[in-house]
Design a protein around this ligand. Structure first.
Ligand code: SF4
Length: 712
């Protein structure tokens, strides 16, 4: 592993001339502006730790549970730093929460204390903004472009579709006249991806503001200029990763980076470093480049695309453990040669080029194909390649991704800035080491907690042992987990500020230890009966998180056949609509798969039972996880322990975290996978990764609690 880096210098706090406010004062002002607001202990603790990091330059991992108020805990001290501070999020939901709610509120509150109004800006990828050059060229017929390049079978349907898309295009043109930002998220109602693609520009295809005839008015360029002037810049992990990997310098230079939803960072960086070849992509690139090429050069590209289609049809889906099969190797070799010839034929963009934008688009697409083909042919040890063939046959692709991004993060992320990484799920198995390693911060081997931390954990456990959950009988049950001790490594430290929720009083973690170990795919009969009993005891209000679509479907069918409860199933309607119905229809149940494990926030009594059918280990057909585990096995370690268990821990913690979203929430998490109790090795590790719910394996205790909740 690449050695960890320490920030070369701390983020410089603003000088406190004339008693300039510190982070604590700014936080107090921010929370005081909320009616009845007061800083919570965890929030204060987090803000103080961040101020210490700003001064020392030491990177910080902070686990902060739901309800801590962590955004204000990092935004307030961020305002003490000279120069921009960058905040990166994984989800659009958190980005919107920061930009539309937290930052304006903070700016209002601290203006009198700070003596000026702090500024903030949002930075998104170039393709999120309307591209005036593309809008202009879309007036002309663009047979090679996305709007009309995929006619569907059935002329009548296609004509109707074309009319709908045409109307959206007209609406976009009207919007272009009035928008101040060109930001797609401000277009309401939105337009189809297909339409947006025809008026936006991926970063690699942009010719650059100086060469573009619309460079002076460009929305993406304007957003960057605003970011350079702001105190706080909100961006996302994907853009941060691209900026870091490609050295694009989109994100302004900064000394403090706050990574929220940090448990997602490594995956987002990995996705940004992933590349793929698809026959359709080669076809589209060829059509773009064709006007610039001699026919025989264009024909070589077409042949390479055909060869790839044949190679993909022959290869089985999944990881290529024995290297590229001959047909795919042949396709990559053809593509490498064809793209090089095409790029040479197109040549450089000259100052007097009549259409530099289109030429750049063609070159960028070919360049990307060329780089990916070469990367695949190289078959480097640090890369993993696989064939993707979704069951619905929608697309086939040859994909390549890095085996690990820890080294990349270690090399690029920590040298120039202080990094604060935070999430509700950072301490896995009760320690920060695993996440620290994944994020490229080296970690020492596990050591027993310090006497002080052990004493603190013992006190906390003793305190909980005396409590009883209002939703549980105590007989046969126990409190689940303890406070996470701080871990430190070279140049970094960690902190768990806990949660304002009293998990041991508010909720029960019930593991159905009497059920047989799950062995077949889908929902086993005994698990189905257990689900019926639990949901029946409460009377609906259940979020079902399933490991497969089949299991979710079977559970929905079972409940629909044996109860009168309304059952909402992911895939039957748009997800936001299903979540709204789940929130509003008191007895309803919502069943779904992985995207529900993180994306549902339903406080109150609409969700008082969360059922998880099995431990969310990566499936054998998840190529990256399988390759990472195999690499650890090959090095003499346990890939299952080092890769699969931590992935399951993060997913499980996210799923379990759906239950308690507010201080008044009560409920039960039921895990229908007995291994959480019975697996000697990873069972305790997974349990220690979860909030400290009251823990039981007794079905009567769980049902009794649910019956009481159902009557309340
Ligand atoms: S600079 Fe790039 S993104 Fe901006 S209008 Fe020109 S081509 Fe489009």
């Amino acid at each position: 592993m690449t050695p960890p880096r320490t920030a070369t210098g701390p983020a410089v706090p603003k000088k406190r001339r004339g008693g300039r406010p510190g982070g604590g004062e700014l936080l107090a002002a921010a929370v005081g502006a909320v009616p009845g607001g007061a800083a919570r202990p965890g929030q204060q603790q987090m803000a103080e730790a961040i101020e210490r990091s700003i001064t020392s330059g030491e990177h910080l991992l902070v686990q902060a549970g739901t309800g801590t108020g962590k955004s204000l805990a990092y935004l307030a001290p961020a305002l003490t730093v000279d120069g921009p501070v960058v905040v990166s999020t994984a989800t659009l939901a958190l980005q919107s929460q920061l930009v539309d709610h937290d930052l304006p509120r903070l700016a209002d509150a601290v203006e009198p204390v700070l003596g000026r109004r702090p500024t903030f800006a949002v930075l998104k990828g170039r393709h999120h903004y309307l591209c005036l050059a593309r809008l202009d060229s879309s007036v002309e017929a663009e047979p090679e472009d996305t709007l009309f390049d995929a006619p569907r079978p059935g002329a009548t349907k296609w004509l109707g579709e074309a009319g709908r898309l045409g109307k959206q295009m007209q609406r976009l043109r009207d919007w272009a006249e009035e928008t101040a930002t060109g930001d797609r998220d401000e277009l309401d109602p939105g337009v189809d991806d297909q339409v947006w693609r025809s008026v936006s520009m991926p970063a690699r295809e942009c010719v650059g503001a100086t060469r573009c005839p619309f460079g002076q008015e460009c929305f993406a360029e304007a957003s960057r200029a605003r970011a350079r002037e702001a105190d706080i810049v909100v961006t996302n992990h994907s853009l941060l990763a691209v900026d870091m990997l490609a050295g694009r310098h989109i994100v302004p230079p900064h000394k403090l980076l706050v990574v929220d939803e940090a448990h997602e960072l490594a995956d987002r960086v990995s996705s940004a470093a992933q590349a793929e070849l698809e026959p359709q992509l080669i076809d589209r690139s060829t059509r773009r480049a064709r006007p610039l090429l001699r026919p025989e050069v264009a024909e070589r590209l077409t042949e390479a695309g055909d060869a790839l289609a044949v190679g993909l049809a022959e290869a089985p889906a999944g990881r290529l453990t024995a290297g590229l099969p001959p047909a795919l190797r042949e396709a990559c070799t053809l593509l490498d040669g064809a793209t090089r010839a095409a790029l040479e034929a197109i040549g450089d963009i000259k100052a007097d080029d009549p259409d530099p934008v289109r030429k750049q688009q063609a070159k960028a697409a070919l360049d990307e194909l060329s780089t990916t083909a070469q990367r695949l042919l190289e078959e480097a040890d640090h890369d993993v390649a696989w064939v993707e063939k979704p069951e619905n046959g929608s697309r086939r692709a040859l994909v390549v991704a890095p085996l690990s991004v820890a080294g990349t993060l270690a090399t690029h992320l920590y040298d120039e800035r202080t990094v604060v990484a935070t999430s509700a799920t950072l301490a896995l198995g009760g320690r920060f080491d695993t996440v620290a390693r994944a994020l490229g911060l080296d970690a020492p081997p596990p050591a027993p907690p310090s006497p002080a931390a052990a004493a603190l954990a013992a006190t906390a456990a003793a305190g909980r042992a005396g409590t009883t959950s209002p939703v549980a009988s105590t007989d046969g049950s126990r409190a689940a987990t303890g406070t996470v001790p701080a871990t430190e490594g070279p140049g970094w430290t960690s902190l768990d500020v806990g949660s304002p929720f009293d998990y041991a009083r508010q909720g029960i973690l019930y593991v159905a230890a009497h059920l047989p170990r799950p062995s077949v795919s889908g929902l086993p009969e005994a698990a189905g009966e257990e689900l019926l009993a639990l949901v029946g005891a409460l009377g609906g209000r259940t979020l079902g998180l399933f490991s497969s679509r089949r299991a979710a479907q079977q559970a929905a069918e079972l409940l629909r056949a044996r109860t009168d409860l309304p059952v909402l199933l992911q895939g039957e309607e748009a997800l936001p609509l299903l979540v709204r119905r789940f929130r509003e229809e008191r007895e309803s149940c919502l069943f779904g798969v992985m995207s529900l494990w993180q994306g549902v926030d339903v406080p109150g009594d609409a969700c008082q039972l969360v059922v998880i059918d099995r431990l969310p280990f990566p499936r054998p057909d998840e190529p990256l996880a399988a390759a990472r585990a195999a690499a650890v096995d090959a090095g003499g370690g346990s890939g299952f322990a080092a890769v699969s268990v931590p992935i399951a821990a993060v997913r499980l913690a996210q799923g379990v975290g759906r239950l308690i979203r507010a201080t008044g929430d009560r409920g039960v998490v039921a895990v229908l996978d007995s291994r959480l109790e019975t697996a000697r090795g990873y069972g305790p590790f997974l349990r220690r990764s979860l909030p400290p719910f009251w823990y039981t394996t007794r079905p009567d205790v769980a049902r009794g609690a649910l019956e009481r909740l159902g009557k309340s």
